[in-house]
Design a protein around this ligand. Structure first.
Ligand SMILES: O[C@@H]1[C@@H](O)[C@H](O[C@@H]2CO[C@@H](O[C@@H]3CO[C@@H](O[C@@H]4CO[C@@H](O)[C@H](O)[C@H]4O)[C@H](O)[C@H]3O)[C@H](O)[C@H]2O)OC[C@H]1O
Length: 418
């Protein structure tokens, strides 16, 4: 009797706030984003990754991802590699994956100086011809995906970091009017899709953010529709803008009556990452999550793929990487728990590791999470007991990891379905 009571007390204490560090099939990044009024938490993906079944299983985990963005397959060089010859195979594959999973699709992108086929970028067209080429491309692609895209990134990266216009073929031939013309063509082809201007280094106030606000004003002044601004948010560990900075910058866009979204979040570091940089990365992910959470017209957060295995960072920024919340082996990093906690804890009470932290700062939470990560011993497959344990040893009960998810074990008490 005494032993039974003692046992019950110990048990009640350990799981007073639910099994710590546990994410059940009904919880995850998207579930918690929606719980605070966001439309989605999502990730980019790419066609070459879709042969990896473990990757695809997690990509389709709608507890974590309510939205996906094709990283490359809707760009101009993929869709219209030669003039008036359209190829939708890769884009369709991702659109149909999203549809099958019941996920929103952010469509990316229509007009960008990069990944633009040379038949366009080499120029030589007069004003009227390039407008016709551009609007033909937009009309054809947006019509093809009509009804499937929650949002389109209509124009990507029209600005230099000093706020001047990027002198690409569109600007050089048409002038800044190419931007409202592009938005008008997209609006005509799919009146329901949200239309976004998308750029990097506009996540804080300064010349470039001001210039992006001026683009919003210009599009509206032309009588065209713009619904949102995408803040790409390709950040560096330890030097991300503060939550207050990101929040007030988002509000400057919102004041122009547009939505905002974090569209390409990743936070890179020098590789190999250390325990300390991964802890700071967790803090940094929470910083941006909290900013979106604080702005009611920030509709959601998209990470630029979810695993370091497929991140664009190492091939673009030499010696840097480890930028995403899942590592190369598709195991979550401290950043995962940090984002989850930021959506869910609201900075009041968070269960991190074995401790309940009241009034937790992101830093304190992440330190605790990192401490727990250090106890990670192995990854095992199997079922998850109702108490959040893998393998059904000890406390057993109903299994909660429905196929295709398996139970990933971090230590005796913490586990998750992935
Ligand atoms: O497979 C990859 C795709 O994933 C990749 O997608 C693009 C990646 O991001 C967007 O374009 C880049 C944004 O970052 C710029 O560099 C910034 C320079 O300033 C720094 O402060 C900042 O931290 C950096 O991020 C790059 O110059 C841009 O290219 C773009 O919207 C995505 O489509 O595209 C290449 C594929 O191989």
């Amino acid at each position: 009797m005494i032993a039974t009571t003692l046992f019950a007390l110990l048990f009640a204490s350990k799981f007073a706030n639910g099994a710590p560090h546990e994410r059940r099939a009904t919880d995850g990044l998207d579930v918690r984003a929606k719980a605070v009024g966001k439309l989605y938490f999502g990730t980019a993906t790419d066609n070459s990754e879709l042969t990896n079944t473990a990757y695809v299983a997690q990509l389709g985990n709608t507890s974590d991802f309510g939205q996906i963005t094709p990283g490359n397959s809707m760009k101009w060089d993929s869709i219209e590699p030669s003039r008036n010859s359209f190829s939708y195979t890769n884009g369709d594959a991702i659109a149909s994956l999203a549809k099958g999973n019941g996920q929103l699709l952010r469509c990316h992108n229509l007009v960008w100086y990069n990944q633009l086929p040379s038949w366009v970028s080499s120029g030589g067209f007069d004003n009227a011809t390039l407008i016709s080429i551009m609007t033909n491309h937009i009309t054809n692609e947006v019509t093809h995906y009509k009804g499937q895209c929650y949002a389109w990134d209509v124009v990507n990266e029209a600005l230099n970091d000093d706020g001047t216009y990027r002198t690409d073929v569109f600007y050089n031939t048409i002038g800044p009017a190419y931007i409202p013309i592009a938005f008008a063509a997209a609006a005509a082809a799919d009146p329901s899709a949200k239309l976004y201007y998308n750029d990097y280094n506009i996540e804080y106030s300064g010349a470039k953010s001001t210039a992006a606000q001026n683009i919003v004003k210009m599009i509206k002044a032309y009588g065209a529709r713009i619904d949102g601004v995408g803040l790409q948010s390709h950040f560096i560990v330890g030097s991300t803008p503060s939550t207050a900075t990101q929040t007030s910058n988002m509000n400057a866009f919102v004041a122009l009556d547009v939505d905002v979204a974090i569209t390409e979040l990743d936070i890179r570091t020098t590789t190999p990452a250390t325990t300390s940089t991964l802890a700071q990365q967790g803090v940094d992910y929470a910083t941006t999550t909290n900013a979106c959470k604080a702005v009611s017209r920030c509709v959601g957060v998209t990470i630029w793929d979810y695993t370091d295995k497929y991140s664009w960072v190492p091939s673009t920024f030499s010696g840097q990487g480890a930028a995403l919340p899942w590592d190369d082996n598709l195991v979550v990093k401290p950043a995962y728990w940090s984002i989850l906690s930021a959506w869910g804890s609201g900075g009041s009470t968070a269960t991190v590791g074995s401790a309940t932290v009241t009034g937790a700062t992101a830093a304190a939470s992440t330190a605790a999470l990192t401490a727990n990560a250090a106890t990670t011993t192995a990854v095992s497959s199997g079922t998850q007991s109702q108490w959040g344990q893998c393998g059904g040893t000890g406390w057993t009960g109903a299994t909660v990891c429905a196929s295709p998810y398996t139970c990933t074990k971090y230590n005796d008490y913490y586990s998750q379905c992935i």
